[in-house]
Design a protein around this ligand. Structure first.
Ligand code: FAD
Ligand code: NAI
Length: 469
């Protein structure tokens, strides 16, 4: 007899594992099928968590080499122990994925290792490593949370040794002398920064004429200048056509984005990070009659239901920003709806953070989007140079920008570049979720001295006038 569940979740990433736990909390009998040996998906195993571990370690290294003198701290010869750095990263990943296994047990979620294939509404087959069906599950509801994978680039074959995706870039056993990064998006900027801090000469080749697509233009300009000062090199408006082994390393051939004379660059390691695509292969979507969008993601309605009743999808495999916290919110809202409650996620209010130094964080609309939409807005800016805690911390780079509606003062977007931008953005998200005005943020009491006072001052600047500028 098949095993019977109220909900079978496919994929144990931030979308799937969080949905499985929440569904169990709501009283459902839940199974979660995952093909990796450990839960946590891309994010915990080869994404958010290991990349942040390396960003932190490489930041500590760089700070020890360059920034301690200003504080009056003199250290001896600072050296890199890359093996220890990678070991610490693996330990952080191990502790985090173990935490998910613990939560599954605590909430009585049945964790199944194998590859799930939908046979029909209510029927899931679990395949073993040999591709044969190892188990069949009956499900009142099915939730697809299969996530995303690296988008390949024609002419550039990833071997995860010298031509790597983000996964290989988290595992390099030696610091490459020369590194080329294809794509100056979030992965490129974060992992390019890690290896640059550890000693690589990093050149980033980007198709567009700007870095970090989606980021407010004014912030991007500041961001690029700052990264260039740190030593990252950018070749913008260029597309890579080939990367092949040559005599002296990997030869990367690139040309102007609109076509033209080709140039080449020889490096030791190439990182390919030109975006991610949804994982839909092998799920049995065709047979089940599940429709895709024009962009190849699974099409869902406002309640995350696919074109087939009883089959839902959440996270990177559907539309919206490909971010872990968005994936988890999708998962919670979806299972709460299945349980008869009212789940909803506003993708317009999902924050984004680039964990470089300075960090860049934003929520809501940027100036270009507001102009394109013809919305009249006010701008309030406050630089960290004017913030006393930032001065005390010796971290005065960057600013906070609050954009509010010209007529109602309602906050439309907040954009930050600064040392603690990622932590600071949470206040802006909360404010926007509760439809706050810039005046509301400006009148809230912020602890002194904290860098969050820069948010208050930028909000006061958007509403009327800042006090400390
Ligand atoms: P995933 O995490 O991809 O999980 C899907 C899971 O489903 C996978 O484990 C996969 O093995 C499994 N699966 C797929 N098909 C099947 C099947 N048929 N049967 C069984 N299992 C299956 N986001 C952030 O918000 N912050 C960050 O700092 C951040 N850093 C990142 C750094 C890197 C290097 C990368 C690559 C991504 C990063 N992301 C970050 C993005 C984040 O990892 C994703 O948005 C998030 O993991 C999406 O969650 P998900 O559950 O939808 O998919
Ligand atoms: P991305 O979409 O952020 O950036 C890809 C970049 O590659 C773009 O700037 C694009 O113009 C460029 N590009 C595309 N084709 C190219 C070509 N042929 N030659 C040169 N450049 C080319 O994608 P990325 O960096 O791969 O990250 C994928 C996703 O993972 C992100 O969009 C984000 O959703 C998630 N992520 C989030 C992180 C965070 O929240 N801190 C960290 C890392 C990843």
């Amino acid at each position: 007899m098949n095993d019977r569940f109220d909900l079978v979740v496919i994929g144990a990433g931030p979308a799937g594992y969080v949905a499985a736990i929440r569904a169990a909390q709501l009283g459902m009998k839940v199974a979660c099928v995952e093909k990796r040996p450990t839960p946590g998906g891309t994010c915990l195993n080869v994404g958010c968590i290991p990349s942040k571990a390396l960003l932190q370690s490489s930041h500590v290294f760089e700070e020890s080499v360059h920034d301690l003198k200003a504080h009056g701290v003199i250290v001896g010869d600072v050296r890199l122990d890359l093996a220890q750095m990678l070991k610490r990263k693996d330990e952080v990943v191990g502790a985090t994925t173990k935490g998910v296994s613990f939560l599954f047990k605590k909430n009585k979620v049945t964790a199944i290792t194998g590859t799930a294939r939908i046979e029909a509404a209510g029927k899931v087959a679990v395949l073993g490593d040999d591709g044969a069906v190892a188990q069949r599950l009956d499900a009142r509801n099915i939730l697809i949370a299969s996530g995303s994978e690296v988008t390949p680039l024609p002419g550039v074959t990833i071997d995860e040794k010298t031509i790597v995706s983000s996964t290989g870039a988290l595992e390099l056993q030696a610091v490459p002398k020369r590194m080329a990064v294809i794509g100056a998006g979030i992965i490129g900027l974060e992992l390019g920064s890690v290896w640059r801090r550890l000693g690589s000469e990093v050149t980033m080749i980007e198709f567009l004429d700007r870095i970090a697509p989606g980021v407010d233009n004014e912030i991007t300009k500041h961001f690029q200048r700052s990264l260039e000062k740190q030593g990252l090199r950018f070749r913008l408006g260029r597309k890579v056509t080939r990367a092949e082994k040559g005599k002296d390393g990997i030869v990367v051939t690139h040309e102007p984005a609109q076509g033209g004379a080709a140039e080449s660059l020889t490096v030791d390691v190439v990182l390919v990070c030109i975006g991610r695509r949804p994982c839909v292969e092998g799920l049995g979507l065709d047979k089940a009659g599940i429709k895709l969008t024009d962009r190849g993601r699974i099409a869902v309605d406002a309640h995350f239901q696919t074109s087939v009743p009883g089959i839902y999808a959440v996270g990177d495999v559907i539309d919206g920003p490909m971010l872990a916290h968005k994936a988890s919110e999708d998962g919670v809202a979806c299972v709460e709806t299945i349980a008869g409650q009212k789940g909803h996620v506003d993708w317009e209010k999902v924050p984004s953070v680039v964990y470089t130094q300075p960090e860049v964080a934003w929520v809501g609309k940027n100036e270009e989007e507001l102009k394109a939409a013809g919305i009249a807005y006010k701008t309030g800016k406050y630089p960290f140079t004017a913030d006393p805690r930032s001065r005390a911390n010796n971290r005065t780079e960057g600013f906070v920008k609050v954009l509010s509606d010209k007529a109602s003062d309602s906050v439309l977007g907040v954009h930050i570049i600064g040392a603690e931008a990622g932590t600071m953005i949470a206040e802006a998200v909360l404010a926007m979720e509760y439809s706050a005005s810039a005046e509301d943020i400006g009148r809230v009491c912020h602890a002194h001295p904290t860098v969050s006072e820069a948010m208050k001052e930028a909000a006061l600047a958007a509403w009327d006038k800042p006090i400390h500028l």
